[in-house]
Design a binder for this molecule. Structure first.
Ligand SMILES: [Zn+2]
Ligand SMILES: [Zn+2]
Length: 80
């Protein structure tokens, strides 16, 4: 699976897709983090390890959505 680059807020540890978002989260520290594009396991600065994770999954396969995110989506829909 292709490695996905994210940006981790150095304060609260949240990972953001966007560098600016991470920077504005709890400034000032931002770390680059590579994660598996499928299961989202994090590999820190090891892009090649993230790329090797889930290697048997089709490159176009969508990311796994975890239970918490499903619930968040459900709540989002309820809120509309
Ligand atoms: Zn933060
Ligand atoms: Zn994986």
């Amino acid at each position: 699976m292709k490695a996905k680059l994210g940006y981790r807020c150095g304060e609260c540890g949240d990972i953001h897709d966007d560098y600016d978002e991470a920077r504005e989260c709890c400034e000032p520290t931002v770390y680059e983090v590579y994660s598996c594009g499928h299961c989202r396991e994090e590999f820190g600065s090891h892009e090649e390890l993230a790329g090797a994770c889930c290697a048997d999954v089709e490159p176009d396969a969508p990311p796994i959505i975890n239970q918490a995110e499903l619930e968040a989506l459900g709540q989002l829909r309820l809120g509309i």
